[in-house]
Design a binder for this molecule. Sequence first.
Ligand code: IPD
Ligand code: CA
Length: 273
Amino acid sequence: MQQTKFSSDPDLLLAYEVALAAGKSLLERPAVLDLDAKSTPTDIVTQMDKSAEALIVEALVNARPNDGLLGEEGAQRDAASGRTWIIDPIDGTINYLYELPFWCVSIGLHTSDGQGLVGVVHAPALDTTWLAAKNQGAWIIERGHHRPIQVSDQSDLAMSLMGTGFGYSSARRTSQARVLNSILPNVRDIRRLGSCALDLCLVAQGVLDGYYERGVHAWDHAAGSVIAREAGALIGGLRGQGEGNEMLVATNPYIYDELIALLELAQADQDDI
Ligand code: IPD
Ligand code: CA
């Protein structure tokens, strides 16, 4: 078990240890990546996504046999304990493919009624890990040094740096471009980094002031949402809904309502017909 100075939560330490092992395996990149298309020809999975998920699943099943599992690459196991590990073996697969460093291993632990307990997001190519456990706070570990993190204090939306992401289908992107047209003139600038989990961690760290995206899946945000909330972020959807596939908005507390109002006005939770 990893020794850490910041937390003794056994689930957090387990997720951290497993994420480090998966990250190490992903850095051993083969000469050729086998690409299989998923929802569209540009939405791909590689043998590395699959082998990393298998490694994570084996470790978690051995350590927590009664917990459930949900993984982007197909892992599915019912929870006898009322707790489920939600796994994205590589969030930012396109970045991984193109050798851009913004990809990560994401492991979250949630109760069956949707409460986030633990989140670990490990970005091996950045040598950085973000971690949090419910009611214990959030931390970053950069090149071996850890420190607590919190969201930014930017209260002016017009001066806010905003992350977002785009889905894989052309139809979804058409509506996302329409929404971008409404948001971009009202913020400092937009970043599209290519990993929902990392976007949430950057909000947690105060590097981004906010992030929104339509079409994210549970494995994209299960870990990052625990980390961002523990760092002080507000997270939700539009029109009083919780965060989910329709929309996820995560910001510091000061710009949240204004961004939600803009996204609602832009009907950001709806696709174009
Ligand atoms: C994707 C990334 C991307 C987001 C997409 C996700 P993947 O996950 O998080 O930033 O815009 O919505 O599907 O495919 O790299 O695991
Ligand atoms: Ca993902």
